[in-house]
Design a protein around this ligand. Structure first.
Ligand code: ADP
Ligand code: MG
Length: 291
């Protein structure tokens, strides 16, 4: 089913990335494998979080999927069954630095992708306002990025990416630059937005808690070279919020399970469902299966 199934929205096939680094002793260029044999099938509307130690190739992966970095080392990316290699509006990219245009106000920032897409001048504000409303920034349309808080800027970036209706949202540590409290608010908002917009999301984070809170599946990476170590199913009920999760024992068990995978320690015996083989909340699946 996994190989021939046509339900996968995104299919990443054996992605590998090599960088050439100069060895300071020999002065020769040496191959450095930043990402190795990364294969994943992602179902429409699925929220996939990728966690791993710093430098394990998470940003490299998203850059390749976005088409911002050409894969040196091979592999292919399919979206809706089509091979993609270059950036296009089928993929919305949200990075941690917001990347808003400082000379455009909120409305004009959100309209940007619509312009590129060729939506008529008359229709753009209407669509943009809908997404500004979705991220709860109605009333701030005329503000410029430097007149907004970090959290608000990040919401503008999300509205901008959603407005041009990409098939896939790629998010690289989008909340890393905001304070802890704003981060929780942003997470709750993203959960809410995702519930309404139902986008397929590939979300990179170094926070295990964030990954478990947001995702349907968490991909745990290994360091050097970055490979998939394990995929953990997050079957916590939705809708979710930070408040619900803090009160959920299953959430704690999943966080612990992923922590153990990242730190390469044996699963704890006590701790219940996530550690039992065939446990119902942390059901590790075959990598080739459609997520
Ligand atoms: N352009 C580059 N040239 C050489 N090495 C790079 C380049 N970009 C990233 N790397 C290396 O590849 C590894 C993965 O980088 P990256 O994908 O940014 O990691 P992270 O998982 O922290 O996002 C790191 O060891 C990094 O130093
Ligand atoms: Mg990174």
């Amino acid at each position: 089913m996994a190989e021939n199934g046509n339900r996968a929205k995104i299919r990443l096939n054996h992605l590998r990335q090599i960088y050439y680094i100069r060895n300071q002793q020999t002065k020769r260029l040496e191959e450095f494998v930043a990402l190795d044999d990364f294969s994943l099938s992602i179902a429409e509307g699925a929220f996939i979080a990728i966690v791993g130690p710093s430098g394990c190739g998470q940003s490299t992966l998203l850059d390749i999927v976005a088409g911002l970095a050409r894969s040196k080392g091979g592999g292919t990316i399919e979206i809706d069954g089509r091979n993609v290699a270059k950036p296009a509006l089928d993929r919305g990219f949200i990075m941690q630095g917001y990347a808003l245009f400082p000379w455009r106000n909120v409305l004009r920032n959100v309209e940007y992708g619509l312009e590129v897409k060729g939506v008529s001048r008359k229709k753009r504000p209407e669509i943009a306002r809908k997404y500004i409303d979705l991220v709860e920034l109605t009333g701030f349309e005329e503000r410029y990025p430097n007149e907004l808080s970090g959290g608000m800027r990040q919401r503008v970036a999300i509205a901008r990416a959603l407005a041009y209706d990409p098939v896939v949202l790629l998010m690289d540590e989008p909340f890393a630059a905001v304070d802890a409290q704003t981060r929780e608010t942003m997470q709750d908002e993203l959960l809410d937005i995702q519930g309404k917009a139902n986008k397929t999301v590939l979300f990179v984070t170094h926070s295990i808690e964030e990954a478990v809170l947001l995702a349907d599946r968490v991909v745990v990476m290994t360091p050097r070279p970055g490979r998939i170590r394990r995929i953990v199913d997050i079957t916590l009920p939705r809708p979710r919020t930070n408040a619900d999760m803090r009160a959920s024992a299953d959430y704690g068990v999943l966080v612990r399970r992923i922590w153990e995978l990242l730190h390469d320690v044996e699963p704890t015996e006590r701790g219940g469902a996530a550690t039992a083989s065939g446990g119902d909340i942390a059901d590790e699946i075959d990598l080739s299966a459609v997520l």
